[in-house]
Write a protein that binds this ligand. Structure first.
Ligand code: CU
Length: 553
């Protein structure tokens, strides 16, 4: 009897909770409602663990039913912004006098735009989830046309905020293959920028992805937790570090004034191009994954009372990035782990590598290039990634060159400039150049190869991708140095082949080959290819008046 009575009261409780929740959260998503509903179940002190479990189950059932009902009842017009819009305008005319008609109509317009955006967003999500293929033409038309560096250049609009807190934020670049199928080769990589305010702590969490990070600004301490030990490392601008998938990590920004900024290359281990973070320590925000378990499970697992469990897993509400006191920061700044330079077994496995303290691979008055690959830093081996940092002096450029095997993902850290690249895959008109003329079966009708100029201005936060074999060049603006951090994917056995300067590969071609290839005298060719006396970085193009803004011609 008591049990039955208990069950009835639990269901009544859930129902009353939901009435309150649904009234206050009618606009929010079901999953949020579900989370809150379960949270309220957990907070009801009068319930025992079984009742609490019933309460949570009731939440799930209710939300599921609600979803089903909504899908059934959703008026058709909600799927058709056009229809909704004309109805809305009609209402405006009918209710004329109550409000200005114009204002009313512009609100209709706004709603229509929002709905259309929402539909597009859902469609994109569906594409990702179900892998539904859009027609090839559509995609090429949309994404493989050049202009503004498309599809190789990513700007503000291609980032989304994954986490925004008072003390920091995390932005993720869209999935590469969402932009274009040309990025199939790097579809399992994502780029993220992490920023934390001075004197803050990032709550321990682990990811279903390997992460290569570069410290772009600030200084802090990273701690990694394993079953048998903890390793803590101080990091500062210039450090490269690998955090392996599944390793719980936390960090502090110990700086007093500077933000800590990390540029991350993410390589998911399970879902292609998708990853999540998992917070154990936490509470409501960040939500702890422990809160997903039934309380009787947790009680049994930890062999402790529900009350104490509830206390520890419900307190945190400050978010994933939290301000810490000076004493706390000080206590968390100590490095821990043996300091063996050669990374002995089990120790210093993840020690960071100071990229900017190495001898630059290339350096002169016009710029310097620092590089690290798996030969110098073995943590990069499994990922087959190299990291490089270029600082191009104002008004200078690097040689046009191409990578033999690596795809370069470049993130502009500081300064302004522009880049140009030759690409046979796209054209201004939006039609694919090659492989597009299947109808002309006879060889002699095949269209000649054309290389489209891909170009774009570069500024802080711009990301650009350079596929292998594609010759490209980067130029710093006249008034600021240009700093770029690059992740090179598929780095093993990659070679950079310079096309100008002292080590330019064309210099090694025989006289006869030059004459045949260029259909002119070898002397004339040499005059061009031997003139540049510098090696990798050069004086940039003179910024003459007519070239300013380098219009696309
Ligand atoms: Cu291309």
């Amino acid at each position: 009897m008591g049990l039955l009575k208990g069950k009835v009261s639990v269901i009544l409780l859930v129902f009353s909770l939901l009435v309150v929740l649904c009234a206050s959260l009618s606009v929010s998503k079901e999953d949020q409602q579900l989370r809150l509903c379960k949270e309220h179940c957990r907070q009801q002190r009068q319930l025992d663990s079984r009742q609490r479990h019933q309460c949570e189950t009731a939440c799930e059932e209710y939300i599921r039913e609600k979803e089903r009902r909504e899908q059934r009842d959703e008026p058709q017009s909600r799927h058709d912004p056009g229809k909704e819009y004309s109805k809305c305008r009609q209402r405006c005319q009918e209710e004329e006098g109550r409000r200005q008609e114009q204002v009313c109509e512009s609100e209709c317009e706004q709603r229509k735009i929002e709905q259309e955006r929402e539909i597009r967003r859902r469609r994109d999500e569906d594409d990702e989830i179900v892998g539904r293929k859009r027609s090839e033409d559509e995609e090429e038309e949309e994404e493989e046309s050049s202009g503004k560096g498309r599809p190789y250049v990513f700007d503000d609009q291609h980032w989304s905020t994954k986490l925004k807190a008072e003390e920091g934020r995390v932005r993720v670049l869209q999935k590469f293959t969402k932009r274009s199928k040309l990025f199939k080769g790097i579809e399992n990589f994502r780029v993220m920028i992490f920023e934390a305010n001075p004197q803050t702590f990032v709550v321990p969490n682990h990811w279903d992805a390997d992460v290569v990070l570069f410290v772009a600004q600030g200084e802090g301490t990273v701690s990694l937790v394993y079953t048998d030990r903890r390793e803590s490392f101080n990091i500062e601008r210039g450090h490269v570090m690998v955090i392996p998938a599944g390793v719980t990590a936390y960090l502090i920004n110990k700086g007093n004034n500077d933000k800590l900024i990390l540029v991350k290359l993410i390589n998911p281990v399970s879902n292609i191009g998708k990853f999540e973070s998992f917070f154990g320590p936490g509470g409501d925000n960040p939500e702890s994954y422990f809160n997903a378990f039934s309380s009787d499970i947790l009680e049994a697992a930890f062999k402790t009372s529900e009350d104490s469990l509830k206390r520890i897993f419900s307190q945190q509400r400050e978010g994933a990035i939290i301000r810490a006191s000076e004493e706390q920061i000080k206590a968390l700044t100590h490095e821990k782990g043996s300091h063996w330079p050669f990374g002995g077994k089990g120790s210093r496995d993840s020690a960071p590598f100071h990229l900017l303290r190495q001898n630059p691979r290339e350096s002169n008055d016009f710029g310097s290039l620092f590089e690290v690959d798996s030969n110098d830093y073995r943590q990069l081996r499994d990922l087959n990634v190299a990291v490089s940092f270029a600082n191009i002096t104002q008004g200078s450029m690097h040689t046009p060159y191409y990578n033999s095997r690596a795809t370069k993902i470049a993130v502009v850290l500081n300064g302004k400039g522009y880049f140009e690249m030759a690409c046979p895959h796209v054209s201004k008109s939006g039609h694919k150049q090659q492989h597009h003329h299947h109808h002309s079966r006879r060889g002699e009708e095949a269209s000649p190869i054309h290389y489209e100029k891909i170009n774009s201005e570069l500024r802080e936060g711009t990301v650009f991708v350079v596929p292998p074999s594609h010759p490209f060049v980067t130029v710093a603006s006249e008034d600021e140095n240009l700093e770029v951090i690059c992740f090179e994917i598929n780095a093993e056995n990659n070679h950079k082949f310079p096309l100008a300067g002292q080590r330019n590969i064309l210099k090694n071609i025989e006289k006869e080959a030059k004459e045949l290839a260029f259909a002119t005298s070898a002397e004339e060719v040499d005059e061009v290819f031997r003139n540049q006396e510098e090696e990798f970085f050069f004086k940039g193009p003179r910024q003459q008046e007519h070239r300013r803004g380098y219009s696309i011609i």
